[in-house]
Design a protein. Sequence first.
Length: 237
Amino acid sequence: MLNANLLLKFWRRLWGVTILLLLLPERYTLVRVALVLGLFGLWLGALLIYRRYVAVKVLCAAIAVLVLAVALLPGRPADPSAMRAAYIKSLRFYTGTPYFWGGSSKIAIDCSGLVRAGMIDANLKTGVKTANMALVRRGLSLWWHNCSASQLDDGYGGRVAVVASALSVNEIDYNKAEPGDIIVTSTRSHTMAYLGDHEWIEADPIFGRTIVVRVPEKKNGFFLEPVDVLRWKELND
């Protein structure tokens, strides 16, 4: 009985720790590892503590089957146009989110966290909606592999590619720019995403939040630096 009581106390405290990890804006490797372990611990604890309840065992089995399905079921290529629209929608969701260096959630976010979080959301939501497990796995892979503006400019493990360069965001050839394109400044310290119709979204440390800016913009320094224009490979038509 003592062991069972200790297990129950630990399990209840694990709920609090896991919820705290979910609320943290940071998504560093240690946080991600702890979160995965926390979720597994909650699943295993429920199975051990409430094993006499059929409903709990069925729920735990269903969760295990779902995880296996995500890991093993085949996927298929997604329509780039549909993914681009989903990406733009996901990016706009973060408008007004407070700026926080290292953040990548609706609670707080930074510039590279924004362009990455939008693509994570687009893959996960589209993957679930269309039962395309390849997209779900891609979204989880993006969640697991953090990136900076500099890493984006280096290709982010082959996920993005440079398609053009320009003297500034204001001077990009907008006849060739595609919604969903991203830029990295020449200092490799800032990135933002193109929404279309001459609008950009960025998590701006000066303004302290995620904002939408229409070009030409003459006062925001990030719009005056030389830039590389990058495109997500999954958005290539």
